[in-house]
Write a protein that binds this ligand. Structure first.
Ligand code: HEM
Length: 488
C-alpha cells in the first residue's frame, strides 16, 4: 500500500515537473511572437470552426466578438482565417500593399465568371492597369453622361406603372437597375437590341456563382456548365459589337467605349476578350449591390415618416430651384437623400465579408491595447456587416438614423478612416461608389417626385444565404401617382 502511494506521488511529481519544464522551454525557446497569436475560436478537431462558419459568419462574429475582442482566428481544416474587426485593427487590411495582403488568391473563384485575362486572373501589375481603366470610365465627366441615361431609364420604366397599384419594389428596382446598367455600361446595342438575350446570359452567369463555387469554382455541376456556356456566348456577342464599333468608327458614351479605347502603359490596346471580361466584372460589382441598396433605402424611407418627409421636402426645394431638371449636379445637391441611402447601406452592406491573403507577418493593436501578431499564410477577413454596427462607433447602431452623418456628428469619420466600410476603403476601395449613389438617387428622386408610396408588406428580413446579401422575399409597395406641389 505504502509503495503504491509513493509510486503515485512520484508519478504526480514527474507529471508536474514535466509541465513546469515544458512551460519554461516554451517561454525561452519558442519565439516571442508565438505568445501573441490571436485567440482561437473554439471548434471541432480538424474541421475546426467550419460548422459555425457555415451557420453564418455574422452569427459567429456576434458570438465571438464579445468574448474574444476585435482580433481572433477561426481554424478550418488547415486554413486560419483571422478576423480584424473595427477601425482600430483593420487599417492594415485596407492599406497594405498587394505584396503583403493580396486579393488574388481569395477572389480566384471569380475567374471563370469574369473570364481569362482580366482582374483576378492576371498579375497585380496588369490588374492595377485594368483598375485604372475602371477609374477612367467612372470619372466625373463620364458620370455626367451616365446620369442622363439613368434619369431617362427611370422615367421610361416608371411611365409604365399605372395611376395606382401594388408592386414588388425589390423586383422592380432589380429590373430597372439591370436596364440602366446595360445602357450605361454595356452600351446602346445591348440595351436596344439584345437586352433579353444578354440578361438571360447574365442570369446564367449569376446562377453559376454559388457558395460552393467559392471553394470549388470548376466543379462539374450544371450551374457551372451553364455559366461557362453563357460566358462564351457573351464573349461572341461583345466581339461582334466591338468589331462593328471599330469598323464604323462609331463612338458612344458608355463604359464599353471606355474599355475599347483603353490602353496599357506599353501602348497595347485592350483585346475584345479583355473588354468583355471587364464589363462582366463591372456588372457583377455594381448590379446586385446597387439594387439591394435601393430596395433597403425604400424600405427604411417608407417605414420612417420623419425621413420620408425630409427627403420629399428636399425634392421640393430642388424643384423650386431647378424645375424638373435632374442631372449630375442636381443629384449632387441631394444631401438628405444621400444620407438616407448611406444609412441603409451601413445597416445592410451587401458585401458582408472582405478577404485578403497575408504574405508577411504583421501586428495589430486592439483598442484595449492588446498586441497580436498575425503570421503570414493566414487569410485575413473583415466584415462590413458587423463592423458597421459597432456600438463604440455608431450610437444605437441598430437604429436607422441618417442624421448620424451630419456635420457635428459624422460617426462615419470620428473613429478614423475605416469606421464605415460598406464600400471597403483604402487601396481597394470601391471605384463605383459615385456611380452607385447617382443611380440610386436618380431612381429615388423620380419615385419621390411622382408617387405616393406605402409599404404594405412587413419590414423585410435579411437574406443571409445569398452571395451578395440582400432582402429576403418580396417588398410590396402600394403606389399612387402624384405631382409634388412647389411654389415657383
Ligand atoms: C451600393 C453599391 C456598391 C457597393 C456596396 C460596393 C461595395 C464594394 C466593396 C466593399 C468593395 C471592396 C472589396 C474589397 O475590399 O475586397 C468594392 C470594390 C470595387 N467596386 Fe464596388 N460596390 C458598389 C457598386 C459598384 C459599382 C456600381 C461599380 C462599377 C460600376 C463597382 C466597382 C468596383 C470595383 C472595380 C472594385 C474593385 C476596386 C479595387 O479592388 O481596387 N462597385 N465595392
Amino acid at each position: 500500500m505504502d509503495i503504491d502511494v509513493s509510486k503515485f506521488f512520484n508519478t504526480c511529481l514527474l507529471f508536474v515537473a514535466t509541465i513546469v519544464v515544458a512551460k519554461l522551454i516554451s517561454a525561452f525557446i519558442v519565439p516571442k511572437s508565438r505568445k501573441r497569436l490571436p485567440p482561437i475560436v473554439k471548434g471541432l478537431p480538424f474541421i475546426g470552426g467550419l460548422p459555425r462558419f457555415l451557420k453564418g459568419p455574422i452569427f459567429m462574429l456576434r458570438e465571438e466578438y464579445p468574448k474574444l475582442g476585435g482580433v481572433f482566428t477561426l481554424k478550418m481544416f488547415h486554413k486560419n482565417i483571422t478576423f480584424l474587426i473595427g477601425p482600430e485593427v483593420s487599417a492594415h487590411f485596407f492599406k497594405a500593399p498587394e505584396s503583403e495582403l493580396s486579393q488574388q488568391e481569395v477572389y480566384q473563384f471569380n475567374v471563370p465568371t469574369f473570364g481569362p485575362g482580366v482582374v483576378f486572373d492576371v498579375d497585380y501589375s496588369v490588374r492595377q492597369e485594368q483598375f485604372r481603366f475602371f477609374t477612367e470610365a467612372l470619372r466625373v465627366n463620364k458620370l455626367k453622361s451616365y446620369v442622363d441615361q439613368m434619369v431617362t431609364e427611370a422615367q421610361d420604366y416608371f411611365s409604365k406603372w399605372g395611376e395606382s397599384g401594388e408592386v414588388d419594389l425589390k423586383y422592380e428596382l432589380e429590373h430597372l437597375i439591370i436596364l440602366t446598367a446595360s445602357r450605361c455600361l454595356l452600351g446602346r446595342e445591348v440595351r436596344d437590341k439584345l437586352f433579353d438575350d444578354v440578361s438571360a446570359l447574365f442570369h446564367d452567369l449569376d446562377n453559376g456563382m454559388q457558395p460552393i463555387s467559392v471553394l470549388f469554382p470548376y466543379l462539374p455541376i450544371p450551374a457551372h456548365r451553364r455559366r461557362d456556356q453563357a460566358r462564351k456566348k457573351l464573349a461572341e456577342i461583345f466581339a461582334r459589337i466591338i468589331a462593328s464599333r471599330k469598323s464604323t468608327g462609331k463612338s458612344e458614351d458608355d463604359m464599353l467605349q471606355c474599355f475599347i479605347d483603353s490602353k496599357y502603359k506599353d501602348g497595347r490596346p485592350t483585346t475584345e476578350a479583355e473588354v468583355t471580361g471587364l464589363l462582366i466584372a463591372a456588372l457583377f460589382a455594381g448590379q446586385h449591390t446597387s439594387s439591394i441598396t435601393s430596395t433597403w433605402t425604400g424600405a427604411y424611407l417608407l417605414s420612417n415618416s420623419k425621413y420620408l418627409s425630409a427627403v420629399v421636402d428636399e425634392q421640393k426645394i430642388l424643384m423650386e430651384k431647378h424645375g424638373d431638371r435632374v442631372d449630375h449636379d442636381v443629384l449632387a445637391e441631394m444631401d438628405v437623400l444621400y444620407r438616407c441611402i448611406k444609412e441603409a447601406l451601413r445597416l445592410h452592406p451587401p458585401l458582408i465579408m472582405l478577404l485578403r491573403s497575408s504574405h508577411t507577418d504583421f501586428s495589430v493593436t486592439t483598442r484595449e491595447g492588446k498586441e497580436y501578431d498575425i503570421p503570414k499564410g493566414h487569410i485575413v477577413a473583415t466584415s462590413p456587416a458587423f463592423a458597421n454596427r459597432l456600438p463604440h462607433i455608431f450610437k444605437d447602431p441598430d437604429t436607422y438614423d441618417p442624421d448620424r452623418f451630419t456635420v457635428g456628428r459624422e460617426e462615419d469619420k470620428v473613429a478614423g478612416a475605416f469606421s464605415y466600410i460598406s464600400f471597403g476603403g483604402g487601396r481597394h476601395g470601391c471605384l463605383g461608389e459615385p456611380f452607385a449613389y447617382l443611380q440610386i438617387k436618380a431612381i429615388w428622386s423620380h419615385l419621390l417626385r411622382n408617387f405616393e408610396l406605402e409599404l404594405v408588406s412587413p419590414f423585410p428580413e435579411i437574406d443571409w444565404n445569398a452571395m451578395v446579401v440582400g432582402v429576403k422575399g418580396k417588398v410590396m409597395v402600394r403606389y399612387k401617382r402624384r405631382e409634388l406641389s412647389v411654389s415657383h
